[in-house]
Write a protein that binds this ligand. Structure first.
Ligand code: ING
Length: 299
């Protein structure tokens, strides 16, 4: 069997007062906890170096500090070095500012030798770009980020084919299918799911249900493992759901975070578990009808 010791590292809220070095220290503690339990790959959340700043309207020039101008950089290098020392790879979500001044909601996959082997820029940006004052919070990803331009990619992680996505992407079935068609065996993602998103009202029980349903459906319908790490709990009084989880190709939840704080969940994933599904019920070559699916790709 091709086993992968897989961890999701849930991060329990980052207040805007927390510095990046303080946050990185928390991430290193989570990494060490995961490594102590034998983890080989640790999945961190989306935008995991700062508070979820898209909840707030900042004027031009007032939000540059939330973005990383290079990766790695002085703030995150301790995480890269500790991971390399421990021989552990990781997925990290962060806000990217490119050299030509473009901004993306980005994730990277780093292997056990500390090399960045994959990069992804969030394709589905939820929320709005206009300033909606007077609300409990805003959701301004369409203001702060450009839509991703790298597409959906699958990357080799020491023999395991790993696809990446970010947060809202997990709600769209096309994402998992695009990765599975490229041979993904595992999809890793980070998320920040606030209680309130302008224009979207859902009861707390339904928020958790639709979050998990998205992971479970994506996993089962594409015969992949899914590992999702949330930034959870309270940030400056704003609540985000927990529910970090590892889901098997059967769609069954193998493990889930119990709380909403910093928490590591480690699973021994038998990556070959997806193969029987890909050779029977989801044998794409034998059963799919791409001749009839064109409508899915039309605007
Ligand atoms: N967060 C939320 C998410 O998709 C959202 C935004 C939630 C939009 C529910 C609409 C409905 O989990 C991010 N960061 O995408």
């Amino acid at each position: 069997a091709k086993n992968l010791m897989l961890a999701v590292a849930q991060v329990g809220g980052i207040d805007s007062s927390e510095s990046k070095p303080e946050v990185v220290a928390r991430l290193i503690a989570l990494l060490e906890e995961a490594a102590s339990q034998g983890a080989e790959l640790v999945v961190f959340p989306e935008l995991t170096l700062t508070t979820f700043f898209p909840r707030t309207w900042f004027e031009e020039g007032d939000f540059e500090g939330y973005f990383e101008k290079s990766m790695p950089n002085d703030d995150v290098r301790p995480l890269f070095e500790r991971a390399k020392d421990l021989g552990v790879g990781f997925y990290l979500g962060y806000a990217e500012l490119t050299s030509d001044q473009k901004r993306y909601n980005t994730s990277i996959l780093v292997n056990k030798h500390g090399d960045i082997v994959g990069k992804y820029r969030k394709m589905h940006l939820p929320g709005h770009a206009d300033n909606r004052e007077g609300l409990p919070n805003q959701h301004l990803e369409k203001k702060y980020f450009l839509e991703g331009d790298l597409g959906f990619g699958v990357f080799d992680f020491h023999g395991v084919q790993v696809g990446m996505c970010l947060c809202n992407d997990r709600r769209w079935p096309e994402v998992y299918r695009s990765l599975s068609l490229q041979g993904a065996e595992l999809v890793v993602l980070g998320y920040n799911t606030p209680d309130f998103v302008p224009g979207w009202q859902e009861e707390p029980h339904a928020k958790m249900f639709t979050h998990l349903l998205s992971l479970q459906a994506g996993a089962y319908q594409n015969s992949v493992f899914v590992a999702a790490a949330g930034k959870s709990g309270f940030e400056d009084g704003h609540h985000m759901i927990g529910g970090s989880a590892v889901v098997a190709p059967s769609g069954e939840i193998l493990a889930k975070a119990a709380g909403e704080g910093d928490e590591v969940v480690v699973v021994k994933a038998d990556i070959d578990m997806g193969r029987p599904y890909k050779e029977s019920v989801f044998d794409f070559a034998a059963h799919r009808r791409p001749d009839a699916y064109g409508i899915i790709a039309e605007r």
